[in-house]
Design a protein around this ligand. Sequence first.
Ligand SMILES: Cc1cc2nc3c(=O)[nH]c(=O)nc-3n(C[C@H](O)[C@H](O)[C@H](O)COP(=O)(O)O)c2cc1C
Length: 186
Amino acid sequence: MVRDFTNQPLLPEQARSLIKLARLAPRAGNTEGVRYSLLEDENVTAYWDITLSGNKREIFPWPGLLNAPTLIIVWVSPESYVQRYGENDKKSTGLGKGESEWTTPYWWVDGGMAAMSILLAAESQNLGSLFFGIFDHEARVKSEYGIPEEYKAIGTIALGHPAKQQRPSKSTKRDRATLDELIFDT
Ligand SMILES: Cc1cc2nc3c(=O)[nH]c(=O)nc-3n(C[C@H](O)[C@H](O)[C@H](O)COP(=O)(O)O)c2cc1C
């Protein structure tokens, strides 16, 4: 992940091309339940004004993150999954009865797949990216960009060109498990 960006903008249509690739990500039941906010210019400024205001911005350890010219927010609609799984070909799963029926809520799975597709596509175009949380700012962010009530946030992806110096996050220091540790013995 990249947390320090230069001011260089993306190419025209480049951010849309990343979302175009994410359209092809796997989605449960081919439900069309994932949406995106594509933020540039004053919409990026508004995002940081909401999520990093006043004193919090002064002490924020990654000021270079705010240089990212483009932000993409990934949204999902749980309702559309419930509706889709109530249709004839999926009815027998029982998942059309309501969100509480879902042991694995596929809206989170699909949203993660869509977000990962954008991260991979960005990497393949030599862009830097960071996936990060919206936390308790979700309601205000939704209201700022006119997102319909039923949508829930997966998170935000900052996109741009990496600065030469990167300040890693503390959690980056944690080692990755070995391959053998990751695969359960059977
Ligand atoms: C669900 C999720 C939430 C994350 N939230 C944040 C976040 O709020 N802030 C942040 O700086 N990084 C966030 N990250 C990025 C992780 O910290 C990052 O993947 C990790 O540091 C590994 O970085 P690397 O890919 O550069 O090794 C998040 C990643 C995921 C998958």
